[in-house]
Ligand binder design. Structure first.
Ligand SMILES: *[C@@H]1O[C@H](CO)[C@@H](O)[C@H](O)[C@H]1NC(C)=O
Ligand SMILES: *[C@@H]1O[C@H](CO)[C@@H](O)[C@H](O)[C@H]1NC(C)=O
Length: 245
């Protein structure tokens, strides 16, 4: 192939593989250590960092390659290694036995920061999801970018403090450390938007999802909750994810 067709081909590859790569900065504003984790969606390669320790007031940056079009972040709490070296966490554990999750997802409940970056028209979308429950307050702030709803989405309330007892996860001291969604707690189609409830017309808010929505109006409270929950930016900004904002 000649040099012209090489560069033409290269340009096409760049155009069709997601235009930009974003830097995700993860900040721990909680007064204790957390263990953030990442999972890439859509069968794409995992980020080089799928789990790490982050002490209070520290930040870490994650670079997403252009091929990273979707994925999520969450944070694990009360983690430790047992005598055999197996690493586990009281909330949002990924079951890998290590600090790195290596592509594994989280055990609910976990507050999720979800991203779809650089879709065909160059738009990023992002949201906070409490669809499977809540473990930590979290916010997402775009750094740069533009658009009417290219703004911070924030679930800054400690939902654990008021979690209904049938949804609460407690630690060994009886403190509430997580709050399951009704879907995660009861696994019923009307809460999980499955079976005959598998559409926006049939799956509606419930008293349980409204508990979460009232606390965090900007976050997803059930699968078809699109009410002011999806945010978007053009221009390929970076993002700051803050736990305990
Ligand atoms: C939701 O309604 C059910 C059934 O009426 C009740 O048992 C439950 O306590 C309610 N939960 C909340 C969070 O309001
Ligand atoms: C933000 O924009 C997206 C995409 O246009 C839209 O689906 C969503 O409803 C908007 N969200 C808000 C909070 O206005």
């Amino acid at each position: 192939m000649n040099i012209c067709s090489f560069f033409f081909g290269l340009t096409l590859v760049i155009l069709f593989s997601g235009i930009h790569s974003a830097t995700l900065t993860v900040k721990n504003n909680c007064p204790y250590t957390i263990w953030p984790a990442t999972q890439t969606g859509g069968g794409a390669a995992q980020l080089s960092n799928t789990g790490f320790e982050l002490v209070s007031q520290n930040s870490a940056t994650l670079d997403t390659p252009a091929s990273w079009s979707s994925g999520k972040l969450w944070a694990r709490t009360q983690c430790s290694s047992d005598s055999s070296g197996r690493f586990t966490c009281a909330t949002a554990d990924c079951g890998s036995g290590q600090v790195e999750c290596n592509g594994a997802g989280e055990v609910p409940p976990a507050s999720l920061a979800e991203f779809t970056l650089g879709s065909a028209d160059g738009t990023d979308t992002y949201d906070i999801s409490l669809v499977n429950g809540f473990n930590l307050p979290v916010s997402i702030t775009p750094q740069g970018g533009s658009g009417q709803n290219c703004t911070t989405t924030n679930c800054g309330v400690d939902i654990n403090a008021e979690c209904p007892s049938d949804l609460a996860i407690k630690d060994s001291n009886g403190g509430i450390i997580g709050c399951k969604s009704a879907c995660a707690a009861f696994n019923e189609p009307k809460y999980c938007c499955t079976g005959t409830y598998n559409s926006p017309d049939t799956c509606k808010a419930t008293n349980y999802s409204m508990f979460f929505k009232n606390k965090c109006p900007q976050a997803y409270s059930f699968a078809y909750d699109d009410h002011s929950s999806t945010f978007s930016c053009t221009g390929g900004p970076n993002y700051l994810i803050t736990f305990c904002p």
